[in-house]
Design a protein around this ligand. Structure first.
Ligand code: ZN
Length: 203
């Protein structure tokens, strides 16, 4: 399985990193080895002094699909989740500067937190989901999926023009503003519509 991630999907986050507003979704892949095993602590890798959290709404693909029309995209997923796209921002900045791929900065071991899954029927409207990240008891990121530049079904349609989606693939739909650095002993909690979806301890 693969993790398909969207960058720059929230205007306020594009502004905080002084990035250009994209004309199409920015897409990258994390390998399955990036998934942080459940109940395991996250160890800050030696190659970075500036690992950032990015909380994101996740979508789990339930069947194979290619060139999916947006109006049928809802048939390809039942489960919604929340996770973190950990990013070695210092390494990413160096790679971006040289025009090189981001993979090492975003695809390293443990760089993908995947929380619990919730069936989509539990939500009234997937385009109106409140979610947040709490660090050491303080809310650091808070947003709503209505603020995404591209919605879930649009993303699925777009991604499937390039990559065949397979059962079990996970889409990271992009992070809102408020990203920041983690240090040892931080404790992160992800909340989706009032429900705690994951907790991670930083080592
Ligand atoms: Zn991200």
């Amino acid at each position: 399985m693969k993790l398909i991630c969207i960058g720059r999907n929230y205007t306020a986050h594009i502004e905080e990193l002084a990035n250009e507003r994209p004309e199409e979704p920015v897409v990258f892949i994390k390998p399955d080895s990036a998934i942080l095993p459940k109940e395991q602590d996250f160890y800050i890798p030696e190659f970075s002094n500036d690992v950032h959290y990015e909380v994101e709404v996740l979508v789990k693909i339930k069947k194979v699909g290619k060139h999916i029309n947006e109006q049928f995209a809802h048939n390809y997923y039942d489960e919604i989740g929340l996770g973190i796209d950990f990013t070695a921002r210092d390494l990413q900045a160096k790679l971006k500067e040289k025009g090189l791929p981001w993979e090492k900065a975003k695809g390293f071991d443990g760089a993908a937190v995947v929380g619990n899954w919730v069936h989509k029927s539990n939500f009234k409207d997937l385009n109106e989901l409140n979610f947040s990240l709490i660090k050491n008891g303080k809310e650091v990121q808070k947003s709503n999926t209505s603020l995404m530049l591209w919605r879930i079904d649009e993303l699925i349609s777009y991604i499937s023009m390039f990559f065949t989606l397979k059962k079990g693939d996970i889409i990271f739909t992009g992070t809102p503003s408020g990203v920041g650095r983690i240090v040892a002993n931080d404790y992160l909690t992800g909340v989706l519509e009032g429900q705690t979806i994951f907790t991670v301890k930083i080592k």
